[in-house]
Design a protein around this ligand. Structure first.
Ligand code: DQA
Length: 143
């Protein structure tokens, strides 16, 4: 069975109560339940992690291969700052889809650059929780 690692970055544990006008009302648990349903239907294994710590995310990506076949990641604020997470993805060579709830290109200028997109197979953003389900389905098709 193919296995996919899902990583949620900083502050995504607060979804549902965090700036709902931007990120919506769905909680992280609700998003994860939706992903688990898709994985079950498509018969892929899923492991889901959330971390507020850059180094921990780097470690998770570093250890992802060979256990996992693909990575679905919302790097959250680290999208815009983390050379370390970008390098970890590039070093692992793991097929990666980057997702965002909001459309980062329609927001503040400092969010309008992703250091992760160049090392991702693709990026899905702006569709709220649907960004995750679209991203997962795209990854499943790839592996
Ligand atoms: C986010 C966008 C980031 O700019 C922000 O820091 C987040 C969430 C999104 O999913 O829209 O925490 O990645």
């Amino acid at each position: 069975m193919k296995k996919i690692l899902v990583i949620h970055g900083p502050n995504l544990d607060l979804l549902g109560q965090r700036e709902p006008a931007i990120y919506g009302k769905a909680t992280l648990n609700e998003i994860n339940s939706g992903l688990k349903k898709i994985a079950k239907k498509k018969k892929v294994g899923l492991s889901i992690k959330q971390s507020n710590h850059e180094g921990e995310i780097v470690d998770l990506i570093g250890k992802a291969k060979p256990r996992y076949d693909a990575l679905l990641i919302n790097p959250a604020a680290y999208t815009h700052t983390s050379v370390a997470i970008r390098d970890a993805i590039a070093a692992s060579g793991i097929v990666t889809v980057e997702v965002h709830l909001s459309n980062i290109y329609s927001r503040e200028e400092f969010r309008q650059k992703s250091l992760i997109s160049p090392v991702a197979k693709g990026t899905i953003l702006g569709f709220g929780p649907k960004s995750y389900s679209l991203g997962l389905e795209a990854l499943i098709d790839l592996i």
